[in-house]
Design a protein around this ligand. Structure first.
Ligand code: PLP
Length: 430
């Protein structure tokens, strides 16, 4: 096609008129297997993981299968990714007086877990991977820094090895938020296994889904045991599923976020499809990026073979171009059905961006005393979250268009996406 054609936004003919498939990557792969698994659990009349009339052990089997998929020693299923973060921070004993380094491109749950623990999140700027910039992380370390919380947004892993090396040098723990990175990897090492603990989510938008659900992984037995107690009632359980309350090293407080057998049965089926789901997204994304090579600049991906492929981020030279690029793509028909939000300009991406989170910028707590007002955190009270705190990230966000790669794109869909990106790039980037 002629790439100097008049853009649809200026009255030209759109590349396509049929909507693209929606983003829910795991849900698209649901078939009779998930409903059969759920029915089996209901027929057993045992929806609780530790005991009942006819225990199916769905949750413990999911944990074993997930541990083996990631290559970690321990996996603990929980009720959401948000709870998984809280459990991980609890296992590491993070609380008032501690600072946790975190990037400014995240999901609100990431930073929320730190605040709810009573610790102080400290923002670290990003490099071109949109993940933590290890050099800025080194500058943000204080005597109070306990951990670094790395978020593998959109299925892409940044400079994790440098971050882990820095953490080892400076006696900090590393938590990987892999809620958007199940089955992503970097040079054949799976997301969640670089640091001390990894967390995952099975919410509707994630690579595999049971509606709600999450997972915590670690290789450290002590962290696993603490995580177990925190996710449940504050104590370990014996082989019969009964609480053990006489171990003085494990008398904690639990947050009650166990996974149900019903959730696990569905998640186990989805886990068997995870490889197919991510390879479909990855190969579509690689095809699109290759076809546009030299025309456009994308988020830096160190190991494209490990990219889960769920999002394509295009960084334009200027903000004006990125705004026009977004609108022009939508006008070309590159938009999902049922009010799909992508492509979207990153500035408009709500609670994914630190300066859009009002409760962070305004330093709110849940109770009357926020962590920033606690005596233990006095030395960290000055930390700022206003726009401008992460200048490199701010600049990239102001020029970036984000597009969701659906898990069920046809070859025709992919070719239309490429044609529209080419057409819009030729007009907007000349
Ligand atoms: C979805 C998500 C979470 C939270 O997971 P839920 O299961 O929705 O609680 C945490 N972090 C990131 C990066 C996410 O995308």
């Amino acid at each position: 096609m002629n790439s100097n054609e008049k853009l649809a936004i200026d009255g030209g003919t759109p590349v396509r008129t049929r909507p693209l498939p929606q983003e829910w990557c795991g849900a698209h792969y649901m078939d009779g297997m998930e409903s059969d698994a759920a029915a089996r659990v209901c027929q057993s009349k045992t929806l609780f993981r530790y005991y009942g009339l006819d225990l199916q052990n769905e949750v413990s089997q999911l944990e074993q299968e997930f541990a083996s998929m990631t290559g970690s020693k321990y996996a603990l299923a929980v009720s959401s990714g948000t709870c998984a973060l809280q459990v991980a921070l609890g296992a590491l004993g993070i609380g008032p007086g501690d600072e946790v380094l975190v990037q400014g491109y995240f999901w609100v749950s990431t930073v929320g877990a730190v605040v709810r623990s009573g610790a102080i999140p400290v923002l670290v700027d990003s490099d071109n991977t949109f993940d933590i910039d290890p050099q800025d992380a080194a500058k943000k370390i204080t005597s109070r820094t306990k951990a670094v919380l790395v978020v593998h947004m959109g299925g892409v892993i940044g400079r994790i090895k440098e971050i882990v090396a820095l953490a080892r040098q400076r006696n900090m723990k590393v938590i990987e938020d892999c809620a958007q990175a199940a089955s992503a990897s970097q040079y054949n090492v799976k997301a969640g296994t670089f640091g001390d603990m990894g967390i995952f989510s099975f919410q509707m938008n994630k690579h595999m889904t049971s509606g709600e659900g999450g997972m915590v992984i670690t290789n450290d037995e002590n962290l696993y045991r603490r995580a177990f107690a925190v996710h449940d009632l504050g104590y370990p359980r014996n082989d019969e599923g009964r609480l053990v309350m006489d171990d003085p090293s494990l008398q904690l407080w639990g947050i009650g976020c166990r996974m149900s057998e019903l959730t696990a049965a569905v998640a186990r089926v989805q886990l068997t499809k995870l490889g197919r789901i991510t390879s479909a997204m990855r190969s579509a994304k690689l095809k699109i990026k290759q076809a546009l090579e030299g025309m456009l600049t994308f988020r830096e991906v160190l190991d494209p073979d490990g990219d889960a492929g769920s999002f394509l981020m295009t960084v334009l030279p200027t903000r004006e171009q990125s705004l026009r690029f977004t609108e022009a793509l939508r006008a070309e028909g590159i938009v999902a059905d049922q009010g799909g939000m992508y492509p979207i300009h990153m500035d408009d991406w709500g609670l994914h961006i630190y300066y859009n989170v009002a409760s962070l910028v305004n330093k709110r707590g849940i109770s009357a005393v926020s962590p920033w007002q606690m005596a233990e955190n006095r030395a960290s009270a000055h930390v700022s979250y206003a726009k401008g705190t992460c200048p490199h990230l701010d600049d990239m966000i102001s020029r970036t268009v984000i597009f969701c790669i659906a898990s069920v794109l046809t070859e025709e869909d992919v070719q239309d996406i490429i044609a529209a990106y080419r057409k819009v790039a030729a007009a907007v980037c000349q």
